[in-house]
Design a protein around this ligand. Structure first.
Ligand SMILES: Cc1cc2nc3c(=O)[nH]c(=O)nc-3n(C[C@H](O)[C@H](O)[C@H](O)COP(=O)(O)O)c2cc1C
Length: 209
């Protein structure tokens, strides 16, 4: 599908068709788009929880302000961001670069110093802000990939992160639920699919300089 057509067709689904599941191979492609997302310094300071279990989805329903998507979606993706990375995380990252690109880890010393400098200058709260921004790039890519795969979505930040964190066993000292993405196929009953898109006209959005 043409990508502009896919973006026109997509909308934030309020009710999915409960009987339709996203096939595993399509889910895999969408997740791969998330995995390939760019992130600041390549650190990917987040994890993506893929909630397939109906039981866990059921438990999560009460955490959402508007739960109709959660009770009907095929899968729920939850972006969990980190407020600090720690030495071990950064060590593993550099080992991964070194192994993947077949270069000695010492060649990356300057880059490593740079990362340490930048991280040391930030509070945990600032690191969390930064990490959450990165997770929204993943969100955008997942939504776009899903649209191209003809899979419907609803991005969601209308939830109680604390109760979600408890259900998902997230350590509140280190991590935070940033944003969620429900995946599935639109229900015919969802009248939102018939509404026209409301977007700023080009003249109000783009400033050509
Ligand atoms: C980061 C983000 C969070 C959102 N949170 C919710 C939400 O919690 N519940 C909901 O029904 N829609 C949510 N939306 C959907 C927006 O309301 C929707 O994208 C916007 O109105 C544009 O409509 P469209 O996506 O249908 O084109 C969210 C969208 C984004 C990008």
């Amino acid at each position: 599908m043409d990508y502009l057509e896919a973006l026109q067709k997509r909308y934030s689904v309020k009710k999915f068709d409960k009987g339709k599941k996203v096939p595993p191979e399509i889910l895999e492609n969408i997740l791969e788009a998330g995995r390939l997302s760019a992130s600041s310094m390549g650190l990917q300071p987040y994890e993506i929880y893929v909630v397939e279990s109906d039981e866990v989805k059921q438990q999560l329903i009460s955490s959402f302000h508007n739960p109709s998507q959660i009770s009907t979606c095929s899968h729920l993706l939850v972006m969990v961001s980190k407020n600090g990375l720690g030495d071990e995380y950064v060590d593993n990252y550099f080992k991964h670069i070194s192994d993947t690109r077949e270069i000695p880890v010492e060649n990356l010393d300057l880059f490593r110093k740079n990362i340490n400098l930048q991280m040391d200058a930030l509070t945990n709260e600032q690191i969390m802000d930064w990490a959450e921004k990165q997770s929204y790039i993943v969100l955008g890519n997942l939504m776009f990939a899903a649209a191209l795969e003809n899979v419907d979505t609803c991005p969601m930040e209308g939830f109680n992160g604390k109760s979600m964190g408890e259900i998902l066993n997230i350590d509140p000292e280190k991590e935070k639920v940033s944003v969620a993405l429900a995946l599935g196929y639109r229900s015919e009953e969802d009248h939102f699919q018939n509404l026209k898109k409301v977007r700023k006209p080009e003249g109000k959005l783009f400033k050509f300089i």
